[in-house]
Design a protein around this ligand. Sequence first.
Ligand SMILES: [Zn+2]
Length: 274
Amino acid sequence: MARATFYFQGDLNFFLPRHQQGVNFIYQFKERPSIKDTIESLGVPHPEVNSIVVNGKAVDFSYLVRDEDRIVVYPISVTPKIIPTIPLQPPLPKIPRFILDVHLGKLASSLRMLGFDTLYRNDYEDAQIAFVASQDKRIVLTRDKGVLMRNLVIHGYYIRETEPDKQIIEVLKRFNLSNVVQPFQRCIRCNGILTPVAKELIVDQLPQRTKQEIDYFHRCNSCRQIYWQGAHYERMEKFVRQVLFRTREHLSTKTIVKSERNYVFHQLSVNSCS
Ligand SMILES: [Zn+2]
């Protein structure tokens, strides 16, 4: 039986049993398995891995493990001292798009509220998520390691937090998104784009009090949901401000001021009429 030594850096230890966390450990194998399959057999999904160093040299996922290899596996948050590293995934677009698994409905709503193109359905199958992610070049966000281990998934992330209010902050930090949010641009219900609509075109659909008190409206271009600045707006605006504040705690004041202006410019009326 051949033996290799593994060490996993940073938050990749999240996926390992306690006795393998933060230490070198031995992995036994026959023939020469691919390093991608080996890492996944140890419990770490390949989209979580940003670079791999074997015996002091960077390798990609096609590398075949040899007897006595010393292997260090890195997440995106830890940069190896070995240069050059070999990128394991193509670069992400500056404003990424997402697809979420069935456990993450509240996170989907929060991402849409912040303006991110986010696909979510409560009946998605794993294979469907992987296929759509591959076709649309979307990032898979999930609480299911099996989805991330599918070969079609290139970009993906396992959500560590279990509380939705913490999950949105986790995603903004992980993908460095706090400066590209565009709150209240997108339909929370269906992911469509919101555009202004004249009051006279929708007045028949409004509750009596809204008819009297509100003059400016937006409508989803997909499901036709109507939005306005009503009772829920202040609560949602407070939520957005809290999320951005907590996400940016580590950023400079200059950065905050710059994107705060962007946020004020983009804020729209939000309240559903259904
Ligand atoms: Zn909609």
